[in-house]
Design a protein around this ligand. Structure first.
Ligand code: SF4
Ligand code: SF4
Ligand code: SF4
Length: 475
């Protein structure tokens, strides 16, 4: 038997990519190796003093030279948000909505009687403040949150006054389609530092096809108010700037440049290219608006290529998926992105408070609950404490099924240090919170995004662009 003449590899995972073989370790260090380099490394033939040895040594890839404190620091950095308690608290102020988006309608009640009342909102805010997390975000959403404006206003003032005693790092956000925005409402939100988040799916024809309104589209109003919020927020700090999210439907495919350029035209500084999730109503109309994961991967890769060209020509424009991953991959930090954690952020990182006082692991779990399936319900804001929510069967189910150590495909995957799985997605698409990761669309989408990001990180020029996105980035 041939005896290896070099250093033995420490535990590693690998993935073959078009540009080489990606190797990663538990501490989140990585290298993209040529096929010959990979063979030498995996066979224990890297000699001390060689170029490959000098490259891989500081990355902690040799068993005989393992720097355990460095490995531990990487693991701790990547999972630092796991034990701080839920930081995101989503109050679903109403199920009513004034739009009929192609991917959402079933989740939005059209009748009266689904508004959160003030006592329920107050108890929800109380529960949010009982989280041990030092920083909490209370996010008001719906349906259309502005349809329950009186309770939104009261909840904002209640949270601000409660925080005078609590002293948390408090962020307040309203998620709105902006159709009902007016100067009076905006005055109130700006004066209290409530940030505004909306949806923008691209240029007017694409946005209006996805986000329909009786008697016309919603793009014109979104544009009008995004510009106005931006104008008023000038000088008000980053939390007052508007943010927008896009959802990729079948209609978006092939239009990635136009979508990116629409975000640039409106001065939004970046875009968060999000795949459509086959959860709730979107799952039931998937044959009309959905697409295979490979189509999203190609869309994302082309969009990221366009964004790289924009940045290389001197204009800063951020792709937020890539920036989030880069904080993990390059800085070994946890950016508190709750869907890509192990275990995921269900209940441990966020809670969703439905209009009727029922509390769920997350908004996606709440959407399952809208069908009458309470698998992801953690309790009620009326008669259970934050500790009860954390100890609920739903919380434990999500923690167990999204722990990548218990997902054998993930355990072997090179992206494991940076990735996460979604029990709700698995349940909705495969009938089990564990699912079959290798056969599911969640994994295929993540692999497409990771491959596109690592491709850019392997180019020194493009890596510098991505590094510039994460310099000085906050939570
Ligand atoms: S996605 Fe938002 S705006 Fe569209 S129908 Fe659903 S709640 Fe309303
Ligand atoms: S269950 Fe899914 S949607 Fe909910 S927090 Fe976990 S990853 Fe996110
Ligand atoms: S979900 Fe897929 S990409 Fe993510 S760790 Fe698991 S196997 Fe890897």
């Amino acid at each position: 038997m041939k005896k290896a003449a070099g250093l033995q590899p420490a535990f590693f995972r690998f993935e073959r990519l078009p540009g080489g073989v990606l190797v990663t370790n538990d501490g989140g260090r990585w290298a993209l190796l040529k096929a010959k380099e990979f063979a030498a490394f995996a066979d224990g033939e890297v000699r001390e003093g060689s170029a490959l040895y000098r490259r891989l040594l500081p990355l902690n890839f040799f068993r005989e030279r393992l720097d355990l404190p460095a490995e531990e620091a990487g693991i701790k950095g990547l999972s630092s948000g796991l034990f701080s308690g839920p930081s995101l608290h989503i109050l679903v102020l109403t199920l009513r909505c004034n739009l009929a988006c192609v991917y959402c309608r079933a989740s939005c009640g059209t009748g009266a009687g689904t508004d959160m009342d003030w006592p329920t909102a107050r108890r929800s805010v109380d529960l949010a403040f009982s989280s041990p997390a030092a920083g909490i975000t209370i996010e008001f959403q719906g349906g259309e949150a502005l349809l329950n404006w009186p309770v939104l206003k009261r909840s904002v003032d209640y949270a601000l006054s409660k925080n005078k005693r609590a002293g948390k790092d408090l962020a307040l956000t309203v998620v709105t389609n902006l159709v009902l925005m007016d100067s009076e409402k905006l005055d109130f939100l700006v004066a209290r530092g409530v940030s505004v988040c909306t949806s923008l799916d691209g240029p007017a024809d694409l946005h209006d096809a996805n986000r329909r309104r009786l008697g016309g589209g919603s793009h014109a109003l979104a544009e009008k108010w995004l510009k106005e919020i931006k104008r008023r927020a000038r000088g008000g700090g980053k939390d007052s700037l508007p943010s927008a999210l896009m959802t990729t439907t079948r209609l978006s495919l092939g239009r990635e440049k136009e979508i990116v350029d629409e975000y640039r035209r409106l001065g939004l500084g970046g875009v968060f290219l999000r795949p459509l999730s086959p959860i709730g109503y979107a799952g039931s109309v998937w044959k009309d608006i959905g697409y295979p994961p490979s189509a999203f991967a190609a869309f994302y890769d082309r969009a990221l290529g366009h964004i790289m060209k924009i940045n290389l020509s001197g204009e800063r424009f951020v792709e937020r998926n890539a920036a989030l991953l880069a904080r993990k991959i390059l800085s070994r930090e946890d950016p508190n992105y709750l869907d890509l954690r192990s275990p995921c952020g269900a209940a441990a990182g966020q809670l969703a408070y439905n209009w009727d006082g029922q509390v769920y692991t997350c908004d996606e779990g709440r959407m399952v609950g809208a069908r009458g399936d309470l698998l992801f319900r953690t309790g009620s804001c009326r008669d259970s404490s934050a500790a009860d929510q954390a100890a609920s069967p739903a919380s434990r189910l999500c923690a167990m099924s999204s722990c990548l150590e218990s997902q054998h495909h993930c355990f072997r995957c090179a992206y494991k240090p940076y990735c996460g799985v979604c029990p709700v997605h698995n349940y909705e698409t495969q009938g089990s919170p564990w699912g079959n990761i290798a056969a599911g669309s969640w994994c295929a989408v993540q692999k497409g995004i990771f491959a596109a990001v690592f491709r850019r990180l392997s180019s020194p020029r493009e890596r510098r662009v991505i590094e510039s996105w994460i310099k000085g980035s906050a939570r």
